[in-house]
Ligand binder design. Sequence first.
Ligand code: SF4
Length: 342
Amino acid sequence: MSNYKESPNGRWLPTDISPSRLKTFKTCPKQYEYNYVRRFPRTTGIAALQGSTLHEVFLEEYILPSSPYMVLDNGIRELVEKIDAGDDSTELDANLKEMLLESNGNIDDLVELMIMDLQSRLDTEDPRDYKTNALVDAFDKKQGIEQMKIWGKGLLVAIRNGKDDYGNAVRIPPVAETEVEGCCEIELPSGVKLRLRGYIDLLFEDGSIGDLKMASDYWKAIWTLAKAISEDQPAMYAKMTGARTFRYLIVDKKRAKSGDAYAPMVRTIDFEVTDRDMEKLIEDLELFVKVTDIVNGHENGLFPPKPEYNGQTKATAGRTELNFCGKLCNHKEICFNENFKR
Ligand code: SF4
């Protein structure tokens, strides 16, 4: 990913708004204050590191049209289509076997790259349990690596085969570019000028745009169209690029209660960004600007905590300071002490 020195858009300005910044504000204004105003250190968890590794290897090494892995896999898909259409020559069959053998080796190499990348992140970024904020132990790290092998491989194989391990079709248009920086200036109806800015995971040859998500398949968190249309990210990217067709490429992290991974479900959520989505984005930005007072360096910003109780587990039973808010947040301890302690 390029940095601002290479970017035609220059240094990130205090009023540049990324999808994650706006999302943090909408999730909880207090979390926004801790992240962007008081700039408290943020910790990370194994799931976030697995996501970073998948982005790194899939977007930068595999899916690009110039990647030799992709060229070979495109050839495999063409041969399979010919065979499916009735061409059953032994030469095609032999070619396919040979190409599949090479592709399997490529996929094993890329999975090995994922393991090395994740291992390095686990060693250097001190991941923590998202609920208790305790450092994760060696068992959790090892399990994280084993999960990565299965979920990462599942995505690569699903794209090559055009279907996931469960037989569900996975069809995406050819990818033109990955991790492209988008940036555009907008003027809100109130007269405030901002830049929308961020990195777009996938630009497809047909002009559509997309984002890769490796996400929990827990029923409360699973990615569906219902979740996708509640996000500002598609409308923000649509503003930056002019593209209105959006696609989330989803890798559902299937696992047993023990945490052991199963092959992921790989699927897309395709939809159009509507005019109303664009209007809602402007409404969200107006509210964001007014409440955070971002144009005055947040001086008169309002940042109320918005906790959401989400029950307790055996591990956290009775620990009010952890259970008062079930949102993903690095700042539970300080938030509890400043706002909820009695
Ligand atoms: S713990 Fe909950 S209420 Fe407090 S800042 Fe984090 S998300 Fe907001």
